[in-house]
Ligand binder design. Structure first.
Ligand code: UD1
Length: 377
């Protein structure tokens, strides 16, 4: 069986690594790895391939940045001849980025079966570009692999046939577990001058709704500055927010060198971190503030308190089974909730069902023998 696997943006790389490793363990599967080039910086792409031991892509389409329409269209235009040359039996896409949608649509037009890993998540907010990508990708997929039961309800409501939906767990957690011995050895804390028990918070922000409008972003920064008087905040910057901070004159000098110790309270602005350093940093944090979907899941698994700076989440299991709370964007509320969480951290619970590091194994098992899986149900 020939499987063409598509990656494009940072979160895709970690989801794909366990899948490619699992596929390569089966002689009957031949894998092609296609990088669309949506993310291209060393910090956003190359470093992740290294950290995750993900093999070099067979094709890099070099699509780069652009508007949503041009990025999606250009990816489709460059993917079609690759699919024509490779003749895959299946195209596998992960997550909800523009490369995910472009891969699924191109395959659907060529009548190639599609597997979507991380299907069924819904924020019910169609102003989020990812929500459109999720809805459309799921609508054309043949295998819909879900990470939590809410996904099944959402897909059934949208008229997806029950036999296409498979609850398999979470490949992001596979990646986190498989690399544990490596991220536990990361030196990021000592590079920041942080001792073992030192309290600190980690902040990530990159959603267009939070960072593209200067006023919204400055309101957030007021809240972070107020909070940083109580606890140091480590803020690794996604390029989208870094560009905006530079544009607003908020960052006018070079970013802090992680080798320079973090002695005082305040915000440490860093360049985007690699996977191993970032997970190491998360794992020891007293508090995480984020608008990322993946970070909500990683903190749930690690049992680290997380406040989500959005009005909704497409990952409700992180609220019901995890340490996550959705608190919106009001600066006063952010500071209050953060201080309250530092004082009374939520109790950690068991990880959500099937978040056990074996999702990729289940997915590949089903792809290799879908009929047996149906008989077993
Ligand atoms: C994309 C995904 C988002 C995901 C995020 C993770 C979509 C719609 N959004 O958002 O779901 O959570 O990736 O990072 O697909 N840039 C660089 N270097 C790079 C890549 C991008 O500097 O390697 C800059 C671009 O020039 C652009 C900005 O970052 O200005 C945003 O990149 P883009 O690919 O449009 O989307 P993200 O905001 O990263």
């Amino acid at each position: 069986m020939k499987i063409a696997n598509i990656v494009g943006a940072r979160p895709n790389f970690l989801k794909m690594a366990p899948l490619i490793n699992e596929m390569q363990a089966h002689a009957s599967i031949s894998t092609t790895l296609i990088h669309t080039g949506q993310h291209y910086d060393r910090l956003m792409s190359g470093q992740f391939f290294e950290d995750l031991d993900l093999r070099e892509p067979d094709f890099n389409l070099g699509v780069g940045s652009g508007s949503h329409a041009s990025q999606t269209a250009e990816t489709m235009r460059r993917l079609e001849p690759v699919f024509d040359a490779v003749h895959p039996d299946l195209v596998l896409v992960v997550g909800d980025v523009n490369s995910t949608l472009a891969g699924a649509l191109t395959a659907a037009k060529l009548q190639i079966p599609i597997a979507h890993v991380e299907a069924g998540l819904r924020s019910f907010d169609r102003t989020m570009p990812e929500e459109i990508n999720r809805l459309l990708t799921d609508a054309v997929s043949d295998f819909l692999f879900i990470t939590e039961e809410s996904g099944r309800e959402n897909l059934l409501r949208e008229g997806i046939a029950p036999r296409k939906i498979h609850f398999v767990g979470n490949v992001m957690i596979d990646a986190l577990q498989a690399s544990r011995s490596r991220w536990e050895q990361s030196s990021i804390l000592s590079r920041l001058g942080l001792g073992d028990g030192d309290p600190y918070a980690v902040l990530t922000l990159h959603r267009p709704a939070n960072v593209d409008d200067p006023l919204t972003l400055m309101n957030f920064l007021d809240a972070f500055q107020a909070l940083a008087r109580h606890v140091p905040i480590v803020f690794p910057l996604h390029p989208r927010v870094k560009q905006q901070l530079l544009r607003q004159g908020y960052l006018c000098r070079n970013l802090r060198d992680p080798a320079e110790p973090l002695h005082r309270k305040g915000i440490a602005f860093l360049d985007a971190l690699g996977y191993l350093d970032f997970i190491a940093l998360l794992s020891r944090a007293r508090l995480v503030l984020t608008d990322s979907g993946g970070v909500q899941e990683e903190t749930t698994f690690l049992g680290v308190p997380c406040l989500t700076l959005r009005d909704n989440t497409e990952r409700p299991v992180t609220i019901t089974h995890g340490t996550n709370r959705v608190i919106g964007s009001d600066p006063g509320r952010i500071v209050n909730e953060a201080l309250r969480t530092l004082e009374e951290p939520p109790r950690r619970s068991e990880p959500p069902r099937l978040w056990d590091g074996r999702a990729a194994e289940r997915i590949v098992g089903i792809l290799m023998d879908p009929h047996r899986h149906e008989r077993d149900r």
